[in-house]
Design a protein. Sequence first.
Length: 543
Amino acid sequence: MKKYIYIIAITILFMGCNDFLEPEVESLVVPENVDDPELLVRGAFEHLRSSNNSWKIWTNTLTNLNNDEVIKSSFRLPLSGRLWNLATFDHRVDNADVKNVWVDLYGGVNASNHAILVSRNNENIALEAEARFIRGFYYWTLTTLYGGVPIVKSFEDDPFLQRSSIEDVLHFIEEDWEFAVENGPDIPVMAGRITKLTAAAMLAKLYLYMGGCQEHNIDSWAIPVGTKPESAKLVSFSNWEDPRTPAEYYTMAETYLSQVYGQYNLLNNYRDNFRKSGEKDARNSEWLFHIEASATVAESVPEAFNMAFGFHEESAWHFVPSYEMFGLYHANDTRIGNVGKRANNGSATEIIGSFEHVLDVQPNLFGGGAAYVYTKYRRDRAAGLHSRWVTSGMPLLRYADVILMYAEAKYLNGDELGARDLLAEVRGRASSVFEAVDSVVLGELTTEYFNTNFMQELMDERKRELCAEGHRRIDLMRTGMMPTAINALNDTHPTGAEWKGGGKTVRGMKENFANQAYTVWFPIPLEQVNLAGYIQNPGYPSE
């Protein structure tokens, strides 16, 4: 019981006093048997979906915002308030969602630390490897949102531990994932868990991020001129102690990806990754890492995934595709169904085996009002929920992402021909819903999507394949494309008519980013700054 109380106490510390006085059901999952390492590791993974502030809603929301792919609809809701601020590069230090995500992620860190300790005490190196992987993933999410954060390794650490530099946090993640590569399981222990190949792929993603942010000098636009050194280092990719160059990071990324490549398969039908009918095959084929959906599906928030996107008219105020997403797909690209008109609250459905899914309606972007949405994730109608509730698992790392990262690493290491062959693999699946590649369609896609600037072509392909999966903001940062991409967003119909779906949001994004690009990093929650005396991120007020 003593251990149980201590875990909760640490979580409360990161919540702050107000949350202690008015607690809600928080995210930390603590099994009854706190000495069972398997249950503790399971709890650390379960934390991914354990509250509103997890990937169920708000962590998922923050990782999908502030890019040229997902925007907040400017239809219906007032153009102000915390959601509007989050979606338009106008983050506030007292934003409740920014604070709640921070708290939730540290809940995951604390659960992972406990699992690591007990696994180590039981000399179970495989479970320790899994626990270190998931701890690294929580820190990966923290540092890609907030920059440098406190590195809490155990319950005995100083509760007022200060923020580490982003370099130190990324190196800490690297150590955890290297351990998982060496000692993790060869096959998942259960659905929603990982293998050593998952860790290898995430290490490669880490190296592409570290190398890219350095090579493209994101500090030049993300850190305001005149920022004090002690604040700048928290989000800076310059003047690191690590002597490795971007080229060395890219080589390491390719090495790890070569170990993963060929060990998984793309599903024949792209859409099966996002429908209940394809979930079992996806687990066994394309998903390297995913969040399991709850076995009990009900509309109560703790029991179902909410992708927080506007999948039907009633929620059109949520998040919608950018104008550019609609023009990104060739007519014969099977992924064109990622974006569409609202699903009419389930009135139109399709039958696949024993599942009845809400039917996607492919749109004419500006014909018919504002209800144009992401139709990528579909629920099983039998679940009895609104169509925006997802009843299948949610992929966090797919084999398609691995192939595209491998293509990128090959190109960055001088092998463009090899990189283009890998692009063809992903596009081959997009050419048909059947096992055989449609060579005619693949030729059309290759011609239509070709760009003499390979990195631009690759980033467009990642956007087509991985949209609304939480990768785009990081992709734009690490490739240095963020300023150009935001500035190029279209806010009106080509005829000059107002785009009700998101035109006002786009104008807000462009204006705010031009004046305060430092908001590519979220602020450290004011409550945490006041409680622990943290240095605030560059550009933000400390009070």
